[in-house]
Design a protein around this ligand. Structure first.
Ligand code: AMP
Ligand code: ZN
Length: 134
């Protein structure tokens, strides 16, 4: 998409530090890293969220995530990772092109876990929520 910053990176209109690339996906270092080696993995076609990717492309993206982690593992040897994506504005998404954050973690780095993203379960019990799915 013309005005999408990540499409511009794919089209080499703006520079990036690529750490993994295949036919379907590109992984590059985040320009404002939250951890050493913080990278984002994106599909090479413009899609705003994973709901706009078909299963095949989502599988390709998943493989690219794993291969990018393999690469980070080889080069930086972190103690752990947090991997995930901010999905739409309520989920913290700023760039409207699917991107999966890979944040390498080190013992004692002061960071939290996925559980630190939110602690606001609302007023329904887990049983009540489960009934909505049945
Ligand atoms: P999100 O809040 O999930 O949409 O995160 C978007 C991420 O893209 C942020 O972590 C930004 O630092 C990163 N970002 C934005 N522009 C660039 C760029 N030109 N190169 C690398 N990373 C970028
Ligand atoms: Zn795009």
């Amino acid at each position: 998409m013309k005005d999408c910053i990540f499409c511009k990176i794919i089209n080499k209109e703006i520079p990036n530090h690529t750490i993994y690339e295949d036919n379907h996906s590109l992984a590059f270092l985040d320009i404002f890293p939250h951890a050493k080696g913080h990278a984002v993995v994106i599909p090479k076609i413009h899609a705003e969220t994973i709901f706009d990717l078909n299963e095949e492309l989502f599988k390709e993206l998943s493989v690219a995530i794993k291969k990018t982690m393999n690469r980070i593992e080889e080069v930086l040897h972190p103690d752990g990772y947090n991997v995930g994506w901010n999905h739409e504005k309520a989920g913290g998404q700023v760039v409207p092109h699917v991107h999966v954050h890979i944040m390498p973690r080190w013992e004692g780095d002061g960071g939290g876990s996925q559980h630190s993203v939110i602690k606001n379960p609302g007023s329904m019990t887990v049983d009540e929520v489960a009934k909505l799915f049945s």
